[in-house]
Design a protein around this ligand. Sequence first.
Ligand code: ADP
Length: 266
Amino acid sequence: MDPLHDWRITAEPRYQPQGDEVALFEAAWAARLPVMLKGPTGCGKSRFVEHMAWKLGRPLVTVACNEDMSAADLVGRFLLEPGGTRWQDGPLTLAARHGGICYLDEVVEARQDTVVVIHALTDHRRQLPLDKKGELLRAHPDFQLVISYNPGYQSLVKDLKPSTRQRFCAFDFDYPAAAQEAAVLVAETGVAAPLAAQLIEVAHAARRLKGHGLAEGISTRLLVNAGTLIQRGVAPAAAARMAMVQPITDDADIRESLEHAIDALL
Ligand code: ADP
C-alpha cells in the first residue's frame, strides 16, 4: 500500500493567486528548496500549499505545530506491542522517506529543540538522523519542506532562530486585495459580489485597528465563515457579528466601532 495514500490530494483546492507566487513556488520546488510562508492567520497560506501540492502531484503531509510537540512527534518512535517493539515513522519522516511535501503549520509554536530536527533536512545534506532507530535517512528526491509562520505572533520567546530561518526561501502573504478577496468570497461561499464587497469593507475597518487594540484583523477565513452563514439564511449583519467581530475581540470599544461599520455597511 502507498504509505502516503491518505495525504494525496485528489480534487483541486481552489486558490486565487495574489501575484506570481504559483510560478515562484514551482521554481523553489524544482530546486527542492525549503519554503517559508509568512503572514497573518487565515490569509490563504495553507490553501496555497494545498493547491501547490495538488498541482505538483505530491502528497501533502500537514502537521499543526504546538508547544507540546516533541521531536519524536515529528520523527517517529518505537511503539510497544505484545510481541515487542515496532518503529513508527512520524509525519516528517514519512514525507522524507516516501517523497511528499511536509507542511509544518505555525512552526514557531513548536519548541526550539523540536524545530532543530529539520536542520539537516533543509541544507545540502537532505538527511534526517533517526537517532533512536540508528538510521540516517536520506530524503527522497521528491521531498520538500514547507513551514508557515505568523510574524504577528512574534515575541522574544517565540521566534525562529536565524539558523533556522536562513534555510528557507520565504513568501510574504497578506490578506488579498479587495477585488481578489471578493472573488475568493464569491467562489468559496456563493454570496453575491456586492455583499462580498460590503463584508470586506467591514474586515478592512477591523484591519485598520490592528496594533491599536487588536492583535489581528478579520481574516479571509472569517469572511468565508460569514458568507457561509449568510448562504444558510442568516442575516448579513448577524453573520458579520457572529463570524467576524465576536471571535476576534472582547474589547467593548473595538466591538462598538466595528458595530458602527456593520450598521453603516450591511
Ligand atoms: P492560513 O493558512 O493563512 O491560516 P488558510 O489557507 O487556511 O489560511 O485560509 C483560510 C480560508 O480562506 C481558506 O479555507 C479559504 O476558504 C480562504 N482563502 C484565503 N485565501 C484564499 C485564496 N487566495 N484563494 C482561495 N481561498 C482562499
